[in-house]
Design a binder for this molecule. Structure first.
Ligand code: PAF
Length: 268
């Protein structure tokens, strides 16, 4: 992959990377379309598919992660991807150098999934070194991830522009995610409560954050199989919690629906 990337560099080709863990759905395909727009007709769009063991704090979650490589390749072919990079393993057995961050990962996903963001940053840095893109596209659904990766390229002077593409949603507002296939029967219906919470927060207008958090938690946990991990209102770059919910604040949500952990977020 790296040899090919160096050839593209020499030829002056613009290379745009869409890093994924596979199980591609319409949300990923919207990232691919965004990448094609940036690469334009003559550039190269690379989709990487790699279920990165380093970012799973729970080995059962890693094992259960859907793997659909043949279907993913077909989807990429149909949607104008130039190269699918699907390595089987990216780590040495004695890998001991990793990327880390010390401020933005303290809360939210970083707190519930220790080591997760170090795993994400390490694999993304490796993918950047292997594919050498000028741009990379990530989904806004994983908002904290996008903010952490923007910090990584800024602080480590990595010459890749991070592009964040909007979340794609089902008709009832549920954000597309590879994990949604695990929502069986009635759980799928209950999962729409994340979007209902976002709509309620948007409708609330200028409010005290604590008050609105309590209201959203009550709304979400009205559903019998749903429990809240966190509901927080933050400033969008520092991810610092705010006291008052005003326009431009970011709502971050993580809930468990029948044992499936779902995250979502929205700009208010
Ligand atoms: O968002 C994802 O699918 C993963 O965290 C990523 C960015 C591909 C790194 O493994």
């Amino acid at each position: 992959m790296q040899r090919q990337a160096i050839c593209w560099q020499r030829e002056g080709m613009r290379v745009v990377l869409v890093p994924t863990m596979g199980a591609l759905h319409a949300g990923h395909m919207s990232l691919v379309r965004r990448a094609r727009g940036i690469a334009s007709k003559n550039g190269i769009v690379v989709v990487s598919i790699y279920v990165n063991p380093l970012q799973f704090d729970d080995s059962a979650d890693f094992r259960k992660y859907p793997r659909t490589l043949a279907a993913d390749k077909r989807a990429c072919k149909g949607d104008g991807v130039d190269v699918v990079f699907a390595p089987t393993n990216l780590y040495e057995t004695d890998s001991s150098a990793f990327v880390d961050e010390s401020a933005l990962v303290k809360n939210f996903e970083g707190r519930y999934r220790p080591g997760h963001f170090s795993g994400v940053m390490t694999v993304v840095a490796k993918l950047f070194n292997l594919v050498q893109p000028s741009h990379a596209v990530f989904g806004e659904k994983d908002f904290q991830q996008a903010v952490v990766l923007q910090r990584m390229v800024r602080d480590l002077n990595i010459p890749v522009k991070i592009n964040v593409a909007p979340t794609v949603r089902e008709a009832d507002g549920l954000a597309l995610s590879s994990r949604n296939v695990r929502l069986k029967g009635n759980f799928r219906q209950q999962a729409a409560v994340l979007w209902q919470a976002i709509c309620a927060a948007r409708a609330a207008g200028n409010t005290k954050a604590d008050q609105l958090k309590r209201r959203l938690k009550r709304l979400i946990e009205k559903h019998p199989d749903v429990s809240v991990d966190y509901v927080e209102f933050v400033e969008a770059v520092s991810l610092q919690p705010v006291k008052r919910v005003t326009k431009g604040v970011r709502l971050l949500l993580a809930v468990n629906v029948g044992g499936v952990r779902l995250i979502d977020n929205a700009k208010l």
